[in-house]
Design a protein. Structure first.
Length: 117
């Protein structure tokens, strides 16, 4: 796959990133990190850029971990729903066969009854 060279500016520092990702996507990530670092720096001016970067990294790691847990939970729910759906389909098939059997029995009984009259 083709490598893209993306230039980012985060907190006044320039970074060149080699990536297979879409350059616009990587630029958006850089803008997000830049914005978060500036926000933290403005809220706590005594922090160094490195400290701001660590806090942003912790925040992003927290968000990623929570998103992973959330997606795992959704996958488990979907799996349960699929199992419930399969079970319901089997129950419907059993009920249909029973209905067909009862309809045949009714038809046979009607035929016998008609034959007796």
């Amino acid at each position: 796959m083709e490598k893209n060279r993306v230039n980012l500016k985060i907190c006044g520092n320039s970074y060149t990133i080699l990536t297979e990702d879409d350059p616009d996507y990587v630029e958006d990530l850089g803008e997000l990190i830049d914005k978060e670092m500036k926000t933290i720096g403005n809220e706590s001016p005594s922090l160094s850029q490195t400290q701001c970067a660590v806090l942003v990294a912790l925040d992003q790691a927290d968000a990623a971990k929570k998103a992973t847990a959330s997606s795992d939970n959704l996958r488990a729910q979907i799996k349960d729903y699929l199992e419930d759906s399969a079970r319901a389909r089997m129950e419907v098939d059993v009920a249909r066969r029973e209905i067909e059997r009862l309809n045949r029995e009714i038809s046979n009984l009607r035929s016998k009854l008609a034959g007796q009259q």
